[in-house]
Design a protein around this ligand. Structure first.
Ligand SMILES: Cc1cc2nc3c(=O)[nH]c(=O)nc-3n(C[C@H](O)[C@H](O)[C@H](O)COP(=O)(O)O)c2cc1C
Length: 192
């Protein structure tokens, strides 16, 4: 079974992204996947302040390794100002270039207060993942009006969204398992 990391892609305390990520982790566990949940709340932002590009920062190396040491990555992305949170771009900009996402299966879950469920945020992030040669998984879930259709006790209460989530979880587990070898075979993959 594949190892799948779920990344809650915001540093906002009390975010819905983290709650959704925990729910999604349970779903992947039910599929038999080995999972880890990482939150960008824990990103060592203070250690990159001032623009520490091109330097080896142990806390950043450790954080990146925890996210990238997986056969597949699930990004749970809220919409902030018609885009994804700034901390997600900081995280990406401090990843090892160019290899970090090379042939890495990535699935995208958007969630937002608004009616589009972070469609814009996800699609903007998909452009970056494409550029970095990730294997973008084609099924996506957009959780519209997230606080109305999701809570930690009942999970997803909107039937259509719940079905789409179940489908993404089952099929991304298989997709990740199928592509496991690709990433391992690719020469020069380093996670740090
Ligand atoms: C800085 C900021 C900007 C936001 N911009 C948008 C937006 O453009 N569209 C939207 O639907 N919701 C927006 N929201 C509301 C979030 O979608 C809402 O907080 C939702 O719960 C998802 O974010 P969370 O994971 O941080 O909880 C914004 C929230 C913050 C904190």
């Amino acid at each position: 079974m594949p190892k799948i990391t779920i990344l809650s892609a915001t540093d906002r305390p009390g975010s819905m992204a983290l709650k959704v990520s925990k729910f999604v982790q349970t779903k992947f566990n039910e599929q038999g996947a080995e999972t880890d949940l990482v939150s960008l709340e824990d990103y060592p932002l203070a250690d990159v302040a001032g623009g520490k590009y091109g330097t080896d920062i142990p806390s950043v190396i450790d954080f990146n390794e925890r996210v990238l040491d997986a056969d597949g990555l699930v990004l749970v992305i809220p919409e902030y100002n018609g885009s994804f949170p700034g901390i997600l771009k900081v995280f990406v900009d401090y990843l090892p270039f160019p290899e970090a996402f090379e042939k890495l299966p990535i699935a995208f879950i958007g969630e937002a207060a608004g009616a589009f469920g972070a469609l814009r945020a996800v699609e903007q992030m998909q452009l970056i993942a494409n550029y970095r040669n990730a294997l973008n998984f084609p099924e996506r879930v957009f959780m519209q009006r997230v606080s109305k259709i999701f809570n930690e006790t009942d999970g997803i209460t909107d039937q259509m969204t719940a079905q789409l989530m179940d489908s993404l979880v089952a099929n991304f587990t298989s997709f990740t398992d199928l592509n496991k070898g690709e990433r391992e075979r690719k020469a020069g993959i380093k996670t740090a």
